[in-house]
Design a protein around this ligand. Sequence first.
Ligand code: NI
Ligand code: MN
Length: 223
Amino acid sequence: MKITFLGHAAFALEVEGISLLIDPFLKGNPLCPPGTENLRPDYILVTHGHADHMGDAFAIASRSGSTVVAIAEIASLGAKEGVKTHGMNIGGSFAFGPVRITMTPALHSSSRDGVYLGEPCGFIIAGEGKKVYHAGDTALFSDMSLIGRKGLDLALLPIGDNYTMGPEDAVEAVKLLQPKAVIPMHYNTWDVIKVDAAAFKEKVEKETGVAVHLLTPGQSLTL
Ligand code: NI
Ligand code: MN
């Protein structure tokens, strides 16, 4: 499984020969690496309706024929705008061929242009015998320990504060989730979410022994 960081909360995954894009905020993302205009993912996973997550999901789906996987309300909106969608809801899983995707809770909000777009979520992506958790935008919540019981190889966690949990709560999240590794996200995109990621890495590794990978946009990790 190959995970590529595209800046902010956007990731590209290659698993079981299937390509996924999560929260494709690419146009207008100050951290987006070059070359993303050629991405043609099989599936686009959207955690919630905010512009820095839904981003270019519908536009990429239109030009690539990708299926947008999202909460029912966002899926309905996508269908209305003419893209292929697969609606899910919190707690549900579905096998997209050999890749099983589970929609998890997230403690946040979700809207586009002030219009409510259902509950925000996270995703667990399982394939090739590995499980990756993308937390979406979220606060710390104690049910992360239940998500952790599924046995996570990698957790993608927001640490930028202000809109999501900050570094201190993200350290607690690692303790609840007990993943094998962590990639922090949703930080340093703008001044309001500027944090010291190196200090977060040091604290997590010292207190939990879990490896933290600080990826620069465009960089990949292979599991
Ligand atoms: Ni958000
Ligand atoms: Mn966000």
